[in-house]
Structure formats: structure tokens, C-alpha cells
Design a protein around this ligand. Structure first.
Ligand code: ZN
Length: 276
């Protein structure tokens, strides 16, 4: 490859008619730069397709991660609700035992009453029995309250369980979708990477390293952009009319004053698009 941007390799001169020597000289230079720009824009075009695939694939693991987090959160919540339910149920069974004990006590006191010798002892036992009956009533009241709580909690547990099942299904589907897309796009990406490698090989080293450097620094990984409605297609800053003419004349490679991206005109864009 020629070192200077304005000199064309000899083989490219074949494109120029031999009849007009003046035109030939100019056209030689024109074709050289135009061809270099086409090579660069072609590489950008391929690499942008690879970028798109990677971005598209990149978002899916995030969606899976979000769902995994949500499922984990729901599982924790459900576990907490079930623990709370278990506590209330344990309280009910405690109260039921209390009632059993109180009833046993009452039986014992009643048996003692049959054997007492004076009223004072009898009255004292009567008071104990009354006290145990009050305890039973209180325990029954608490059981009733706890059962209402259990009912309410159970419906919340049911809802949470349903939601969890739905999210687990969503997660399954998303994972499957991810696997499918990864398999599908990996093939496509490999084919594009081959094209990219081939396209890069035809570009002279100095330009290729500039391309890689600009692409590495640029947002959206764009190193070569088209002039669109008088503005840079990379940073959207206006390009002065004289500079636009310079770009279209293909006499040298021109970069955007604002973002440093390599600029190409419609002629280059159309040539690359017509290849597809
Ligand atoms: Zn720019």
C-alpha cells in the first residue's frame, strides 16, 4: 500500500481510461482515497452489525438477572409469611393446651370440693374454679382472634405463592429465550467476524490502527460515519460547507473537527450499501 493518502497503488489505475492523462492523474488519486474510505466504511458497517448483536444479546442476561432477583425476593417473603403463620398456629395450640390444663384443674378442684369439711375451703375451691373458667374464656377468645389472623395470612401466602409460580415460569421462558438467541446469534456473529477480519486485511495498517483507536474511544463504537444533512453522523455537529466539499472530493481522509471520527460522503455509503 502507498504511504501517502494521495498516491494510489498501480493496480488501481486500471479503473481509469488511458485516453485522458490529466483526468487519469486526478482520478488515480480520487480512486485511491475513495477506495480507502470504502474499505474503512465497509469494515465499520460490518463491525456495527456485530455490535448490534452483542448489545441485543447483552440485555437478555440482565433481564434474566432481574427476574432471578425478583424470584429470590418473593421466596424470602413467602418464607417469612409461612414462619409467621407457623407462629400463630403454635400460639393456637398453646392456648388449646391451656384450656386442657384448666379443664383438668377444674375437675381436680371439683373432686376436692366433694371431700372438703368446711365452707371456707369450699369457697376457696369455687374461686379457683371460677378463675380457671375465666382463663378458658380468655384462651378461647385469643384462639378465635388467632384463627382470623391465620385466615388472613393464608390468603396472603396463597397470593404470594401464585405470584412466585408466575415469576418462576417467566424466568424459565426468559432463560430459554436467552439460550436460543445466544445459539442463533453466535453463528451470525462468527460469520460477521470472518467478514470483518477479511475487510480489515485489505486496509493499510496505519489506517486500521487509527480506525481501531477511534472506535475504541467513541461512544457507539463508530469510527467512520457518514455526513448526514451537513452534520457529522457521529457527534451531530455541523460541518462547514468547504469541509463538506473536501470530504466529497476524496483527496484526503478527513476527520470530524469535533469528535475525530472519519467522515465519508454519500458516494462511499452507497458503494458499501450496494455490496450487501
Ligand atoms: Zn463528529
Amino acid at each position: 500500500m502507498a504511504k501517502s493518502d494521495v498516491k494510489a497503488p498501480a493496480k488501481e489505475a486500471k479503473n481509469v481510461p488511458d485516453s485522458d492523462k490529466a483526468v487519469k492523474t486526478v482520478a488515480k488519486a480520487d480512486m485511491a482515497i475513495a477506495d480507502k474510505l470504502v474499505q474503512l466504511y465497509r469494515l465499520q458497517h460490518i463491525d456495527s452489525q456485530i455490535d448490534r448483536i452483542r448489545i441485543q444479546r447483552g440485555e437478555l442476561p440482565l433481564e434474566v438477572q432481574d427476574l432471578e432477583d425478583e424470584v429470590a425476593g418473593l421466596e424470602t417473603r413467602l418464607k417469612k409469611l409461612q414462619d409467621e403463620l407457623g407462629e400463630i398456629e403454635a400460639q393456637v395450640s398453646d392456648r388449646q393446651n391451656q384450656i386442657k390444663d384448666a379443664k383438668a384443674q377444674i375437675k381436680k378442684y371439683e373432686a376436692q370440693q366433694a371431700k372438703v369439711r368446711n365452707n371456707r375451703e369450699y369457697d376457696s375451691l369455687t374461686k379457683e374454679i371460677e378463675f380457671q373458667n375465666l382463663e378458658i374464656q380468655l384462651a378461647e377468645k385469643r384462639i378465635k382472634e388467632a384463627k382470623a389472623q391465620i385466615e388472613a395470612k393464608k390468603s396472603v401466602v396463597d397470593e404470594s405463592q401464585k405470584l412466585l409460580e408466575e415469576r418462576r415460569k417467566d424466568l424459565e421462558l426468559k432463560k430459554q429465550e436467552l439460550d436460543d438467541i445466544v445459539a442463533e446469534t453466535e453463528k451470525e456473529e462468527k460469520a460477521l467476524q470472518k467478514k470483518s477480519d477479511a475487510a480489515a486485511k485489505s486496509i493499510e495498517e496505519r489506517l486500521l490502527s487509527a480506525y481501531n483507536r477511534i472506535r475504541g474511544n467513541a461512544r457507539n463504537s463508530l469510527a467512520v460515519v457518514a455526513v448526514e444533512r451537513g452534520s457529522c453522523g457521529g457527534c451531530f455537529n455541523a460541518i462547514p460547507p468547504q469541509r463538506q466539499l473536501d470530504i466529497a472530493s476524496h483527496k484526503k481522509i478527513i476527520v470530524c473537527e469535533h469528535c475525530g471520527r472519519i467522515l465519508v460522503d454519500d458516494y462511499v455509503v452507497e458503494r458499501v450499501k450496494s455490496e450487501a
